[in-house]
Design a protein around this ligand. Structure first.
Ligand SMILES: Nc1ncnc2c1ncn2[C@@H]1O[C@H](COP(=O)(O)OP(=O)(O)OP(=O)(O)O)[C@@H](O)[C@H]1O
Length: 309
């Protein structure tokens, strides 16, 4: 049987000609059903681009991204995403936001059935007492719980989490990391969790894969396996030599790749083709017979080389 998700030699860049930048290159990844994978990388390395390729929101320029052995051609309910910014409908209650997902995937459910289904997932994220509230009445952590419940209620086979907790304070973040890990232990839905936090990656996942920046685009590095027993008690785990070793390996890999990857982006920018008018100069024409603006290209062609990391 093919793996649930397989990426082979995939590459993705944006823009054309001189504006082109290569973001991801030579990506290879194989995920088995039930895996809990975390992909960790610096900001701007292409983590969201990678998630979008898996979600089917983007297509690779070369190589392939397959689910169950078939090319992913677009978004589908079997791959559910939770974004960083909650994306809830502000005029709907918690239950109604969750119902949206249920309605689309299971239109045949009766009123009682959908209420039961939604309630089950709201309970899973510990929001039953807030089920009648609107998003503006909830804290950031509660809103993200609703997003998780809504995505899980659609019964995806792969749960894609794109830095789901980045907007939350450290304590809420820790609580939600534990809760999502607990939910995974109960339902074993395949999870791909994108993060920029080494502790988060190592505490939640069994496979941590660094996305390493490079001059020609970022690529996935060697996986670190996390064999720590579950449920993981963070207070205990964070102080163990095993955890410290894993973190050191991961952080060294990420720091090493950053050092080797100067500059991430080289672009040629053309200055605007119109010469600014000198407004300090006295004008001897009216607004109606102003001469056409002078173009730089009539005088010279200017190019500016910038390098940024
Ligand atoms: N649709 C697009 N068009 C052009 N460039 C894009 C597009 N999407 C992403 N990029 C560029 O690709 C690079 C990687 O972006 P991406 O959002 O995937 O990184 P990231 O690792 O998720 O960043 P962050 O952690 O800050 O969210 C950036 O330089 C970004 O500007």
């Amino acid at each position: 049987m093919p793996p649930i998700l397989e990426i082979n030699s995939a590459a993705k860049g944006f823009g054309r000609g001189r504006d082109r930048s290569e973001v991801l290159r030579e990506l290879n990844l194989s995920v088995e059903e039930g895996d809990f994978v975390s992909i960790i990388g610096y900001s701007g390395t292409g983590k969201s681009t990678l998630i979008n390729l898996i979600a089917g929101l983007l297509k690779p320029d070369s190589g392939s991204v397959k689910m169950d052995g078939a090319e992913i051609k677009g978004p589908g309910p079997e791959r559910g995403i939770v974004f960083q910014n909650y994306s809830l409908l502000p005029w709907l209650t918690v239950t109604e936001n969750v119902r949206l997902a249920v309605d689309q995937i299971y239109p045949q459910l009766s009123e009682n059935e959908w209420a039961e289904h939604a309630a089950r997932y709201i309970d899973m994220v510990k929001l039953t007492p807030a089920s009648g509230k609107l998003p503006r009445e909830l804290s950031g952590g509660m809103r993200q719980r609703v997003s998780v419940a809504r995505t899980l209620a659609a019964n995806p086979r792969i749960l894609l989490l794109d830095e789901p907790l980045s907007a939350l304070d450290a304590l809420t973040r820790a609580t939600l990391q534990d809760e999502i890990a607990d939910i995974w232990q109960q339902n074993r839905t395949t999870v791909i969790w994108i993060t920029n936090d080494p502790d988060e990656a190592l505490l939640v996942a069994d496979r941590v894969i660094p996305l390493l920046p490079g001059r020609e685009g970022a690529t996935l590095g060697d996986e670190i396996r996390v064999d720590l027993a579950r449920p993981r008690d963070r207070k205990q785990v964070l102080t163990t030599p095993e955890f410290k070793d894993l973190k050191l390996r991961l952080v060294n890999t990420l720091l090493g790749a950053k050092k080797d990857s100067t500059p991430l982006l080289t672009k040629k920018l053309s200055a605007p083709d119109i010469l600014p008018e000198d407004l300090g100069k006295k004008r001897d024409f009216s607004i109606f017979d102003r001469p056409a603006p002078r173009r730089r290209s009539q005088l010279q062609r200017e190019e500016l080389q910038i390098e940024a990391s």
